[in-house]
Each structure stands twice: as C-alpha cells, then as structure tokens.
Design a binder for this molecule. Structure first.
Ligand code: ACO
Length: 429
C-alpha cells in the first residue's frame, strides 16, 4: 500500500501506513512533529493507536472480542480464569503440567506478609475497598523489593504475575472483611482460585462458606470476560505508568485507580444504584430514560454506551444469560433484574439511543450477579479489578518486551495566557 500524503503549508509529507493482522489500518505520524511543527489533536485518544499489541482484538462495529485470536464466547464456555490468565500473559494455552505448576504458584503466593496485614487496621471501616486495593497493590513493591528489578527476566515476570494475581484476591477479601468488621481468614491450600476467594470473603472461623458450583461458574465467566479489553482507560494507565519503567505493582496500582471511575469500572456499582433508584421511584423506567436524553443535565443511563462497541457488547450478551440462569438456579427473584430487562427493551427501540448506537455494556448485568452472590455494591469494581488483572499484566509485559516502546508523553495545544510579567503582591488588585 502507498504511503498516506499530508499537505501542510504547501509541503507534502509522506506518512507510512501500518496494517494489523485483522486488516486494521493506521497512519504512522511518529516523524510528523520532527519534520513539521504540527502535532495531531485527538482528546480522549478515540482515534489514536498508542502501540502495536498481539493480545486482544475488538471489532466494535460487529461486536467481536477475541483474546489472542480465540473468541471470548469459547473461553467463557470452556476455560477457567486461571487458564485464561496464563494464556493472556504467556501467549499460549498451557499444557496440563504448566497449568498445574501455575496454579501451584498461586497457592504458594496467596498469603500476605504479616506486616502488610497490619496496614488494613489503619483504614477506617468506611474506606472504599478500591482505595485500599490500589494502596495495597502499590505497597507490594515495598514488601517484595526482590520483585521490582529494573530489568526483570521472563521467569521474574512469571513470578511477579503469580504473586500479584494471587495476592490481589487475598487483599480484596480482606478489604471487604475490614469494611464489615469481620476477622481475616487465611487462604486455604486445598481450594482453587475462585472457591478460595469465596472462602476468604464469606467463611467464619466457625463455619465454612458452602461453595455453590453455580456461583463459582458465574464468577469464573465474569472474570474471564473482564480479563482484557485492549487499550481501555485503565490498561492505558498501566502502560503509561509502566512506560517510565515503573515496576509492575506500581503500574497496576495506577490501573486500579483508573478503573475506579464511574465512567469505567465503577459503572457496575452505579448501575445497581441506578436500578435501585428506579425501583424506589415505583419502577418508572421511562422517567429515567427521558432524564438521560435531556442534555441540560449530566445524567446518563449507567451501563449503556461504549467508546468502542457500536453494536451489542458481546460480553453483556453472555452476562445477561448468566444473570438469568444464576438467579433462577438460586431461586432468587430480584425485581432489579426485571427493571434492567425492561430498561434495555425500551432503550433498544428509542431513537436517541439507536442513533447514537448505545447498547448495554459489560457493566449493565454484572452487578446483578454480584448482588445475588451477596457481594456488596462497593466491592463490584474490586471484582472487576481482579478480572482485569491478567490483561494489565499481559500489557505491561508486552510493553517491556517491545524494543520499540517509548516513554508515554502526549502533546497538547496550549490555550493559556501569552508571556506576561510577575506582579508583586502589593501591586495586585
Ligand atoms: N446515557 C445517555 N446518553 C449517552 C450515554 C448514556 N449512558 N452514553 C453516551 N451518551 C450520549 C452522549 O450524551 C452523546 O450525545 P450527543 O452526541 O448528543 O452529545 C453521545 O451519546 C456520545 O457520547 P460520548 O460521551 O461522546 O461517548 P464516549 O465514547 O466518549 O463515551 C462512555 C463512552 C463513557 C462509556 C459513555 O457511553 C458513558 O458515559 N456511559 C455510561 C457509563 C458506563 O456505563 N461506563 C462503562 C463503560 S464500559 C467500561 O468501561 C468497562
């Protein structure tokens, strides 16, 4: 393919064209600033490729999501979260022996340093678990300095990934137990990843939590569906921080903070709050839809819309089915699920949402599953973070191994004052 041509101030610039394996095209503007005085302007990076990546492919127009080539539907049906995380991070499906070793490394890494456990006591019980999670993830660099080498080997990265994936589960469970004033429980060596998490969340020193197979399956699916989503806000944050050669824990902690926001991973919390508000108002779905369409306020229907998907989010389709199945199996009738279904039905026919291609996203039904399991609303983004961890680690690793990766440093168009003189305080009005 020919180079793209850009004419600026009468001069023609030849810009190389890059083509991905799925035919995605990009104009390479890397040299434009050096050869002209122009930068490109793209607030929110909606049309900017920041890297080449072999991890995840999304076609937002067609509603396609694949991890390293495998459709998300197949992984959600057949894989486990631990296997999917190995696959995302290492780029190949593990053999039986590799998976066994990998799971074993999680078991060995599950416990927190005794001094780290004391840190939870310093937080008020009202602390949001995402505040605790981000701080604790970053603190892992302090408790495990041996894992923060400037140039880690492939084995070092494997070790860090196991520590992080395993410890995040323990940290998350402890931040929940702290918030409800319950004592911490040690992880158990005999339990798999998700049952061990449920044990640390819900068992008591006297009574073991009864592991429900359907609950494990539902969480397994949710974690797999959240495991990666290419250059989203939190993954870009991890890459940006990691581009300065910050260690994995510091970089991932930035991802947790980015995920917390209500426009990103915090939306699942907001969805359930919105559905509860609709319920309290007597189920007047139409009133809330009208409010979201009115641009005089800032109100939005949470769980609708996506920067990339301009078709039904493939993850939302699977999660909707799982939410119905789990609630039915557990004999739960949640009026919020009825409201969600009605809201979706009306929205999908409403011209405002149709013309803007606003469909339910991954967060719309996930909260209803967490709620059915007994997980409180403020823990929803924490569960999203556990799920997204393999993706963050895979991107951090990919960037470290990419010889072309550079320090992240966007440009800007300055719109402030031109040069002016400092005014001494006595002369200011
Ligand atoms: N409710 C009502 N209107 C909406 C919504 C919504 N949920 N989402 C977008 N719109 C409207 C906007 O007002 C805008 O209308 P206009 O063209 O008349 O000005 C138009 O649709 C385009 O919206 P943008 O904000 O430009 O779209 P963008 O791609 O920047 O935003 C986002 C995507 C942030 C996800 C947005 O759809 C939103 O705020 N959704 C609600 C929050 C949410 O569910 N977030 C989770 C996303 S999934 C994830 O991150 C894991």
């Amino acid at each position: 393919m020919e180079n793209a041509k850009l004419i600026l101030d009468g001069k023609t610039f030849e810009l190389p064209i890059l083509i991905g394996t799925e035919g995605e095209k990009a104009i390479d503007i890397l040299k434009l600033r050096a050869e002209s005085s122009y930068i490109t302007f793209d607030p929110g990076f909606g049309n900017t490729g920041a890297c080449k990546s072999a991890i995840t492919f999304i076609d937002g127009e067609k509603g396609i999501l694949r991890y390293r080539g495998i459709p998300i539907e197949q992984l959600a049906e057949k894989s486990t979260f631990v296997e999917t995380s190995y696959f995302l991070i290492n780029g190949k499906l593990p053999t039986k022996t590799e998976l066994k070793q990998y799971s074993l490394s999680f078991t060995r890494s599950a416990k927190l340093h005794k001094d780290m456990k004391k840190m939870f006591a310093g937080y008020p019980s009202s602390a949001h678990p995402m505040a605790v999670l981000s701080a604790m993830v970053c603190s892992l660099s302090g408790f495990h300095p041996e894992l923060t080498k400037l140039n880690p080997s492939a084995d070092d990265i494997q070790g860090m990934a196991a520590q992080l994936l395993s410890k995040v589960r323990t940290i998350s469970a402890y931040s929940y137990r702290k918030s409800v004033g319950k004592p911490f429980l040690e992880p158990r060596d005999d339990l798999a990843y998700i049952p061990n998490f449920l044990h640390m969340l819900f068992s008591t020193p006297r009574k073991e939590y009864k592991i429900h197979e359907d609950v494990v399956k539902a969480l397994q699916t949710l974690f797999i569906l959240h495991a990666d989503h290419e250059q989203n806000c939190s993954t870009s944050a991890v890459r940006l921080v990691g581009s300065s050669k910050a260690n994995l824990f510091a970089s991932v902690s930035a991802g947790v903070c980015a995920l917390w926001g209500p426009l990103h991973g915090g939306a699942n919390e907001e969805v359930v709050e919105m559905l509860e508000e609709i319920y309290r108002s007597g189920g007047k779905v139409e009133k809330f839809i009208e409010k979201a369409k009115d641009h005089t306020g800032n109100y939005r229907l949470m769980g609708f819309g996506h920067r990339v998907y301009k078709n039904y989010d493939p993850r939302a389709k699977i999660i909707k089915e799982r939410a119905h199945a789990l609630l039915k199996k557990m004999g739960i009738h949640d009026p919020l699920l009825d409201i969600a279904v009605r809201l979706e039905e009306i929205v999908l026919k409403d011209e405002y949402f149709v013309t803007r291609k606003l469909y339910p996203n991954v967060d719309f039904y996930s909260g209803l599953i967490y709620k059915a399991i007994g997980i409180p609303t403020n823990m929803f983004p924490v569960l999203f973070a556990i799920g997204r961890l393999p993706g963050w680690i895979a991107h951090w690793k990919e960037m470290r191994e990419d010889k072309d990766s550079r320090l992240g440093r966007p440009r800007q168009i300055y719109t402030g004052d031109k040069i002016r003189d400092y005014v001494p305080i006595e002369q200011r009005k």
